[in-house]
Write a protein that binds this ligand. Structure first.
Ligand SMILES: NC(=O)c1ccc[n+]([C@@H]2O[C@H](COP(=O)([O-])OP(=O)(O)OC[C@H]3O[C@@H](n4cnc5c(N)ncnc54)[C@H](OP(=O)(O)O)[C@@H]3O)[C@@H](O)[C@H]2O)c1
Length: 281
């Protein structure tokens, strides 16, 4: 198995690099491969001839995407077109990392893989456009609220804020599922190795709100969760440019119905991550 990973320097990319064996990996970070550069993508893939391309590279700055849609689509949509074209040339399977933000958040129950997307943000629209660039027989792995050891994420943000402020405020009207990169990566490896195709929602189990998640982070760090206060999205100051879905809970139905393992409950993985961040040795 030879696997080329785009965006290998990102949160998910790092965890994937750890999950795959060194001898099976062609890890390309942004510096090594700009997916918006068609010639570079074609050269990288045709010169290495991987069996699979795991395409994680994306412009993930959700709010910044609102003011620069061209950049969002150049990287997230056209970049994925380039990956699909290059993979086609060498007969490689593409596994594309996508997002809960393809949904509008108005559904009252968790989203299934077969629910109609309706993104509300430029980022969500550009990631859905990427999904639509893929050939049949590709794999889409939709994830949400990614946290992990590498890169910046909400667990680190919450711990940083808690170190500086006595009281923290987080919204209690956005529901979703955290996805821990270190839990996700081995499952992606399995989807790659067994050549599963189609769309999979892959998150840790258990829905939460940012308010409850922040309380859980403090509790896991041995601090008082009562320091976190709930606010509504419309009370955020300054208001965030990109709308977020109120409900982006992803039912991992395809995994469940295939009899594939689900990722652990997010509380378990959160406790592990907080412990690792406190004691990196
Ligand atoms: N983070 C989340 O909560 C979340 C939620 C749902 C889905 N996802 C999806 O999951 C995937 C991985 O996300 P992540 O959390 O690992 O994000 P990340 O940490 O921001 O990683 C994305 C990587 O892509 C790189 N990149 C940006 N533009 C690029 C380009 N033109 N060519 C090549 N590489 C480029 C970035 O490099 P630079 O930093 O150097 O620009 C970064 O290393 C993405 O496809 C994302 O859309 C993420």
């Amino acid at each position: 198995m030879r696997v080329l990973i785009t965006g290998a320097g990102g949160q998910v990319g790092h965890a994937l690099v750890d999950a795959f064996g060194r001898d099976e990996l062609i890890a390309c970070d942004h510096h090594a491969l700009d997916v918006a550069d068609r010639a570079a993508v074609l050269a990288a893939v045709t010169s290495t001839r991987p069996d699979t391309v795991v395409h994680t590279a994306a412009w993930t700055a959700v709010d910044a995407c609102e003011s620069d849609p061209d950049r969002a689509f150049a990287v997230n949509a056209l970049g994925t077109r380039h990956v699909a074209e290059a993979a086609r040339r060498v007969g490689a399977h593409v596994v594309y990392l996508s997002t809960d933000y393809v949904f509008d958040g108005t559904k009252a129950t968790p989203y299934l893989e077969w629910d109609a997307p309706n993104p509300q943000s430029v980022y969500g629209a550009s990631k859905l456009a990427g999904e639509r660039e893929l050939d049949p027989g590709s794999t889409i792995v939709r994830i949400a609220w990614v946290c992990g050891r590498h890169g910046s994420n909400m667990v680190k943000t919450i711990l940083g804020l808690a170190a500086k402020h006595e009281t923290l405020r987080f919204v209690d009207d956005q529901r979703g599922n955290p996805t821990f990169a270190e839990d996700l990566a081995p499952l992606v490896r399995r989807l790659v190795a067994e050549r599963y195709t189609g769309t999979f929602h892959v998150t840790n189990q258990g829905a939460t709100t940012w308010f409850d998640f922040a309380r859980d982070v403090l509790r896991a760090a041995g601090s008082d969760p009562g320091r976190v206060l709930p606010i509504a999205t419309h009370e955020l100051e300054p208001a965030r440019p990109a709308p977020r879905p109120a409900n982006s809970v992803l039912d991992n139905a395809a995994l469940r119905l295939e009899g594939l393992p689900l990722l652990p409950d997010h509380h378990e993985s959160l406790a592990r991550l907080v412990h690792e961040l406190a004691d990196p040795t």
